[in-house]
Design a protein around this ligand. Sequence first.
Ligand SMILES: C[S@@+](CC[C@H](N)C(=O)[O-])C[C@H]1O[C@@H](n2cnc3c(N)ncnc32)[C@H](O)[C@@H]1O
Length: 221
Amino acid sequence: MTTLTTAPLAPLLERLFKEAASMSPATSPAVADLSAEERARLMRSRTDYHYYYGRLKDFPLAVSRETGLLLYMLARSCGVRNIVEFGTSFGISTLHLAAALRDNGGGRLITSEFEPSKVARARENLTAGGLIDLVEIREGDALKTLSVDLPERIDLVLLDGAKALYPEILNLVESRLRPGAFIVADDADKSPEYLARVRSPAGGYMSTPFAEDVELSMRLG
Ligand SMILES: C[S@@+](CC[C@H](N)C(=O)[O-])C[C@H]1O[C@@H](n2cnc3c(N)ncnc32)[C@H](O)[C@@H]1O
């Protein structure tokens, strides 16, 4: 028995994933007036990410079910206690990570989101999943909110906010990553600078693409 696979979390995640699957941003009026090129540019932009994600504020943009399971398993297997997440949205990935903390006996998950309506929905979902006590949702731009008061030692990081910021968010957490800490970067193919860094032999990581568009990296000692 795990927190992930039993009530209240299992039926909640089932509903959230079903809702997410029925809402494709690609066909929505929220971005229909943007060409595919403009969408790709905005997704990779270092300056227009507020505008882009503001348009997508009603969409969960969640990790896949497979990536959710991967997050839970990674966090469980290493006895993770301290997690940092960049990009909360409705909290689907957060629920998986917090469930692992619960089953590890407790811990702290700091997550970051700048859309106030998404913060409210994530809080609602984490409350319904019985996991809100393990999670601190920091509202605002993660470049600011994750620049202060992080745990001394971080065991796992999920990067899933604006893709162009992955290297800068890594800078904020890097000195606190314990040897063996995992970093999961979703849609990492949209952040070539980040990939070059974690894959560089001198970069201090072991790194591999995983599933469709996830980069799984491990901090070396
Ligand atoms: C792909 S979604 C995250 C999905 C979430 N991890 C899940 O699987 O349920 C990306 C989220 O990051 C937020 N975001 C993007 N850049 C951000 C930033 N610089 N600071 C805080 N939040 C950001 C967006 O508003 C959006 O909700």
